[in-house]
Design a protein around this ligand. Sequence first.
Ligand code: FDA
Length: 503
Amino acid sequence: STHESFLQCFSSHLQYSNSSLELVFTKNSSAYSSILNFTIRNLRFVNSSKPQFIITPFHESHVQAAVICSKKYDMQVRIRSGGHDYEGLSYVSDVVPFNIIDLVNLRSISIDIENKSAWVDSGATLGELYYNIAEKSKVYGFPAGSCPTVGVGGLFSGGGFGTIFRKYGLAADNVLDAKIVDVNGRLLNRTSMGEDLFWAIRGGGGSSFGVILSWQIRLVPVPPVVTTFNVQKTLEQGATKHFQKWQTVANKLHEDLFLHVVSGVANADSNGRKTIRLSFTCLFLGPVEKLLALMQDSFPELAVERNNCTEMSWIESVLYYAGFSTRDPLEVLLHRRPLTDIFMKAKSDYVQEPISNTGLEGLWQRLMEKEQSQLILSPYGGKMSQISDSETPFPHRFGNLYQIQYTITWDDDKETQEHLRWIRGLYAYMAPYVSKSPREAYLNYRDLDLGENNKNNNTSYAQASTWGLKYFKNNFKRLVYVKTLIDPSNFFKNEQSIPVLPS
Ligand code: FDA
């Protein structure tokens, strides 16, 4: 049977194995469900189709064997690092049989302060990366995301932004080299993969191109003291007026200053009337006096005062943005929580002209319909405007005021359809106020509503363009070219993988 043949193939290709380590889990393995569920971050996908094999490599040769044998026996693979994909594409597939290559054990990190660089494996989390940098130095950091459980593999290969991206760009902008296993099971580095593939995996999504094992990154300097504040305004306290000002200044602020806005639904009074509360949350790379002067200069209306601000080290700001106390031990960054207990759906947009008051009023009304709705509005500008649209596949650079992430979470599967309908309605409502032709979207906020590949036959360039142009704009064409060159049989595929041009 395919099952036995795959296992034989796999063991015959292992160059390095330690019999005490379990490498392949089948549905009969006692640990199968716990391994599968360990990094599932969205309950929407817990009852989806299950993989035939979960392979958890400890060594690069295990990844090579998994690719060679999955290809030989025509089994699709899903590649999982941190498991945070919003549509579960790293561990769910409608095409069966499929295997998961789960990189949870490939997570070593080596920091080289002297050369201001590091090698980090895809299976490491951002929390582990930040922790390891901080152990070696308090004056270096890395511009990646703010949630510590996000995996390096998915975040880097889709772009990856966080609190210092206005100064240093995306995680993908700071990648110097990478190691990848290609469709033929070859282990390649930057030189041997060539510049086209090296370009593609820094924002084009890794899963179309191969299994990226590790990344060499440039560490970036951070000052010994940074400052944060969080100032909240409800609609009754003039949130809309402050937001109007924010829309015009946030992307022009000094690049050391990241001032994002998070919306939430709150009680306006004791009668249960709802309101919107906007949190203006800041990370400034410097001391409080300098921050207050900059705020006074560019956004005095927010009236930020010294007692709104807290000075801390950069690594403490990582704790702060991850929702921990800055007094918590840094080890909290190493925790990988098991299965989360929420259902969620997210979408993204880019805003290039300030949204009018009328537009905002309708937006607030819609958000108030759902207590568990949230927007995260992240200002662009700074370094992001200086990098050309085609430098990496991530094209959302100059001309963007900010990015919106819409999310809705719920607790009961019975409510799934209603919440999906709601967020799709909100997205339709926002169309006049956001980027157009294409309506841009962030790959790492994966959204299958934008379009999907055909399940059983190849997808045309035109069909895939419906979502490909939204994620990649003009870079989509080059991604298709690279894909066709390096994986012409379209082995690495999923619902939104890059299609292959017909030969
Ligand atoms: P996962 O393992 O699910 O992989 C995601 C995709 O990448 C899948 O298609 C997978 O196959 C592919 N992939 C993963 N590893 C690969 C590898 N080694 N080789 C090839 N392909 C690979 N984003 C951001 O920019 N800034 C942020 O602050 C946050 N914050 C955040 C918080 C939370 C709670 C969530 C759920 C998500 C985010 N994100 C984010 C979005 C995040 O960047 C996105 O979900 C990443 O793809 C997650 O990477 P993982 O490795 O965790 O996911």
